[in-house]
Design a protein. Structure first.
Length: 118
């Protein structure tokens, strides 16, 4: 894994799948509010007239020269829950992001959100 400070430098770089096929470009990092560690990224995908941000987990992601590689297929990522390029992830939609990647979801101890944009 990498530090949040390091991954911020990768904004606007390519995000590629396990076969190095381009998925889109890195937009933002979301940290797990319980650990303050990078948890998900948003990736800009779509045609210029219909761009959107999809979510992808950062666990087991690696960085290379000019790219961030995630251990998921391009199609799985493109089918992930998404928001508009100027949108925000509503709290009630967080569980769907985790479910899409078959990851466990549990709200914070006080019911707080799990993901925060950094």
């Amino acid at each position: 894994m990498f530090e949040v400070e390091d991954i911020r430098e990768w904004r606007d770089h390519d995000v590629v799948d396990e076969g190095r096929h381009k998925i889109g470009t890195l937009e933002s990092i979301y940290v797990d509010t319980a650990t303050d560690q990078p948890s998900f990224a948003t990736v800009t995908v779509g045609l210029p007239t219909r761009r959107r941000l999809v979510f992808v987990p950062l666990a087991e992601a690696t960085v290379g020269p000019g790219y961030l590689k995630v251990p998921y297929s391009r199609q799985l990522v493109k089918d992930a829950p998404w928001i508009d390029t100027d949108g925000v992830l509503p709290a009630e939609d967080e569980p769907a992001v985790f479910k899409h990647y078959e990851l466990p979801y549990q709200a914070g101890a006080g019911g707080e959100r799990r993901l925060a944009r950094r």
